[in-house]
Design a binder for this molecule. Sequence first.
Ligand SMILES: Cc1ncc(COP(=O)(O)O)c(C=O)c1O
Length: 383
Amino acid sequence: MYDFDKVINRNIPGDLKYEKIAGIDDLLPMWVADMDFQSPKEIRDALVDVATNSVFGYTGADPEYYKIVAEWFKKRYDWEVEKSLIMPLPGVIEGLVCTMRAFTKPDDHVLIFQPVYGMFEKSIRLNGRIPTISELKNVNGRYEVDLEDAEKKIIEDDVKMLFWCSPHNPGGRVWTMEELEAVAGLCARHNVFIVSDEIHADLVLYGKKHIPFAKVPGDYSKNLVVLTSPTKSFNLAGIQAANLIAFDNKVFKMIDHELFATGAFEVNKMGIAATKAAYAYGEEWLEELLKYLEGNIDLVAKELKDTKLKVMPQEATYLVWIDCSALKGDEPFSRTVLKKAHVRVSEGDFFGKSSRDFIRLNVACPRSLVKEALDRIKKLDIW
Ligand SMILES: Cc1ncc(COP(=O)(O)O)c(C=O)c1O
């Protein structure tokens, strides 16, 4: 049994999630996507071991690293990856950006389905490409891809690449094989390269199953990469570690070249050690974590059931997506909650303009803090 109820002090300089906001002493930070839990002991021990018995010189990934990473995918997703096509990276966004730079030109269009993790749109714009935005449809309270709209826009904008988020942040969807096949077919018809960001893959809840994009039947090897990382599942974001999986040697080499060109090709010795320990020894901890997260998500749904806030049912991630549009305030609800309840949530418009009236609540923290946040929100004088 792991103690996820234990409150760990994060009020330390430089901690992003707990950074101070002037005038607020009792801030409850439930925004950026990391957890308030300590990573499993095996990971912390592996890091201590590196610190104690090693030197911090330049490093690469060793053969055992590739073996452990490949075994994790096989065990969790029955997915066979070719070890020589695994590319360790400092982060998923580096992989996303380098793939975009390798396979598109400035002013090319990249498709995204919003709402989606805000760095998708930002990284497209910051690299001189143009986002083509297709809104997800809310069908009976859960998001679905609007294939007709996406196809129309792909043709109109001559889209070259798709940034796909699976499982979906912030909607918490675990895409079905049918949905993945439909998206894959659409991209194949129009020669769109797929970058599948699967950073939340290990955080699938309530018995759902994540399907890696690479398992979609058909040959997408020249038009697909998958990005994964242990950082969300094992709370290692500050350590920086990720993997890009390619399916074709030439694709791998072109992205590797781009990584070299941007100078982001070094890996972190601690990231390598943490990834190995997480995938080799962290599964039991992860399974308990998922149960605990389900309890926190259930609590949010129960407590907000009879309010004007509409909680989207989560199939994955610890990030609860809440529609606050029924409140009709002058300012986004995220600001009201911060100012009046001192709870910091992620603002809806980070995920796309049309989500201004949503908030994203990060419940990866001890249940007592989730309760406290919900109590404060329910006590607001806005209902
Ligand atoms: C879908 C998605 N991709 C990427 C990231 C960030 O990944 P990294 O820190 O490895 O760049 C996040 C972080 O929240 C995310 O939600």
